[in-house]
Every structure is written in C-alpha cells, then in structure tokens.
Write a protein that binds this ligand. Structure first.
Ligand code: 5GP
Ligand code: MN
Length: 340
C-alpha cells in the first residue's frame, strides 16, 4: 500500500521554493541507500542549487563508483560540516529508513532541525517523524520508490543515464540480483525501463560484484570452512565473528555484506544468522525463508527489525552472550521453523 502525501512538496520543488536540501540515509548505507540518495540528488540538482548527500557513517568501497559519490559527506568524518548543512537545510530527505534511531547521532540533528522532512522508504512500521511521506513496504527497494516518485510527480523525461544507473544499482542489490521474493513482474519491468534510460546492467554488476579484495575472499572461505554452525532442530545456520578474526582479515565496511545469504543455500535451512562483534556493539543479520518473520524475531530479542525475510538487530552484550542468547531464544521457534 502506497502512502503519498507529497503533492505540496512536489509543487514547492517545481516552484523552486527550496534552496538548500540535505539527503540522508541509514547507518552503513548499502546499494539501495546510496543508489537512491545519489539518484535523487542528481534529479534535485535540476531544481535546487545546494543539494548534498550526508551519510551517518562510511560505506563499502564497491559503491564509490556511483555517479555523484565524490560529493557525499560522511558525518563521522566531517561532523561539523554535516551539522552545518543539516542546521541550514530547508528540506531533508530521509531515504531507505523510517526511524531516526537508524541514523545514530545524525538522527538527533535531523530531529531537532526546523527543516521540512520527507521520508521515502519501504520498511515496515514507519515512525511518525516526517512532514511528507512516500512509503510502500511492498516496493522492492527505495530506488523503485524514487523512480516512481520522479516519474509520476515530475515526468519520465527527468530520468538521466546517471539517475538510471544509481537506481538500477539499488534495485539490483536490494532484490539480491532479482532473486528475493520482493522481485515482482513489475520490478523486472522497472529494471527494463532503467536499462532503456541508459543503465548499463553489465557494468553495474561488474562494479558491484567483481571488485573484492583477496582478504575479503579469504574471510568468506574461512567463515564457510571453519565458522559455519548448523542448529539442525531449528533448521538454522549461524556464523559469528570476533574482533580478532575481523582484524586477521582486515575487514572493511561491506566485506561481510551478503555473507549471511550463504546459510540459506543449504538444504533444509530456513533461517540464517550472521553475528559480528563490531567495536561499539554486536551486529546481527537475519535471513529467512517462507513465513518465518525474521523482523519480529529480531525486534523481540535484539532491538532490531527490517523485512520478514531480511532483518537486522544488535546487542550491547558480549559476542559470547549474544550467541548464547540467540541459541536459547531460537529454541522457542523450533516447531515453527520445522513446519516451514
Ligand atoms: P542487514 O542484515 O543487511 O544489515 O539488514 C537487513 C534488513 O534489516 C535491512 O532492510 C535493514 O534495513 C534492516 N535492519 C538491519 N539492522 C537493523 C536494525 O538494527 N534495526 C532495524 N529496525 N532494522 C534493521
Ligand atoms: Mn532498501
């Protein structure tokens, strides 16, 4: 179900009423987050002089080639610049997240800012922090929503090759290369549209997936050979990594992205979990098959959420305690997991 109350905002943009705009997205932005923010940024430049993308944190290097990436400002690297941009903004776009807590301390600045806020997102249970909303949890990606919003509110003539390239990237990554159940006939038509607008699908795929470091490849081999655990009665696969292991493989932001999917490739496995001891907290990724609500599980036990089949969470306990808590709590779902 689409919620769209942006008609006044669209008119204001067309009337060139805004002069300084910030676009932000979630913590550790992924392909959909960076594709949607940079695609939108390229579009808004048609109407607004000062448009800037500010991320709450850094992101994976395989996104650096995206058109417009050179102007992104990372809040952790440049807190003063980002604070000034947010304080001076008339309008703030919040893309690919729907709770201010998902953008760390930047969320406080955005919350305090007098700017009008617009949320464009596809995650469940949006928080009520924005003045304008374009939201549909059935959308494959935020890139899909940006495409529809531009096309329907302003016209397809605004979709340039650069915008199509950014949006195709998010469509491709958030659907797991058009494999996940958020891929509908409509998604593929939209991918075809973006190709017609100039997105080079071969180059995009190569830029995202054919650029891994040797360390990252060895880390994945190590995880599959030495770290993959199966909890057979719960049809669950688990990998967890401590700080020494992260150091040993010089793990960079993005190196573990997608690793959790491997567990789901195993016969009979319906839930896969990756638990990583990041310094400030323990971060968890969940992927499930069928009806198992990974987001509800993540929300109940690990302060998380997301989609039914792809969710995340966190813990402030130690890695060992978090793993033990996971193993204990998943036992409550044994029957449900066996029935899938
Ligand atoms: P990932 O495992 O790739 O980090 O996240 C999978 C999905 O879960 C994404 O849609 C992401 O937005 C959501 N997600 C990840 N971590 C969290 C979290 O800590 N809280 C909430 N609410 N959602 C999360
Ligand atoms: Mn997304």
């Amino acid at each position: 179900m689409l919620i769209n109350n942006t008609s006044l905002l669209v008119q204001n943009i067309k009337d060139r009423k805004y002069h300084s705009v910030v676009i932000t997205t979630h913590h550790k932005p992924d392909g959909d987050a960076m594709g949607s923010t940079l695609g939108l940024c390229a579009f808004l430049k048609e109407f607004i002089d000062d448009v800037v993308v500010c991320t709450p944190t850094d992101y994976a290097e395989n996104l650096f080639w995206l058109p417009g990436n050179e102007n992104v400002i990372d809040f952790e690297q440049n807190p003063a610049v980002v604070s000034e941009k947010v304080a001076g903004a008339e309008l703030i776009f919040c893309l690919d997240f729907n709770r201010l807590s998902r953008i760390n301390q930047l969320g406080e600045l955005v919350g305090e800012s007098k700017a009008s806020k617009i949320m464009i997102d596809h995650h469940l249970e949006p928080e009520n922090f924005s003045d304008f909303t374009y939201w549909n949890h059935q959308a494959s990606s935020t890139c899909e929503l940006i495409y529809l919003w531009i096309k329907e509110s302003f016209g397809p003539g605004f979709i340039s090759k650069d915008i199509a390239t950014c949006l195709y990237t998010g469509l491709m990554t958030d659907t797991g290369n058009f494999q996940h159940n958020n891929t509908k006939p409509f998604t593929l038509r939209l991918a075809a549209d973006l190709m017609e607008f100039g997105a080079d699908h071969l180059a995009i795929h190569a830029n995202i997936y054919d650029v891994f470091t040797l360390d990252r490849t060895k880390l994945w081999g190590y995880c599959l050979y030495k770290k993959l655990e199966i909890i057979p009665e719960c049809r669950t696969a688990l990998i967890y990594l401590d700080r020494d292991e992260l150091r040993q493989f010089h793990v960079q932001t993005g190196d573990t992205e997608g690793l959790v999917n491997f567990g789901l490739g195993l016969k009979d496995i319906v839930l896969s979990v990756l638990i990583i001891d990041r310094t400030e907290r323990v971060k968890m990724s969940f992927r499930s098959k069928g009806t198992f609500p990974a987001n509800e599980f993540a929300g109940k036990y690990f302060e998380g959420g997301g989609h039914r089949n792809a969710a995340g969470g966190q813990s402030t306990e130690t890695l060992e305690e978090t793993v033990a808590k996971f193993k204990a709590s998943i036992q409550w779902y044994k029957k449900e997991l066996q029935a899938i």
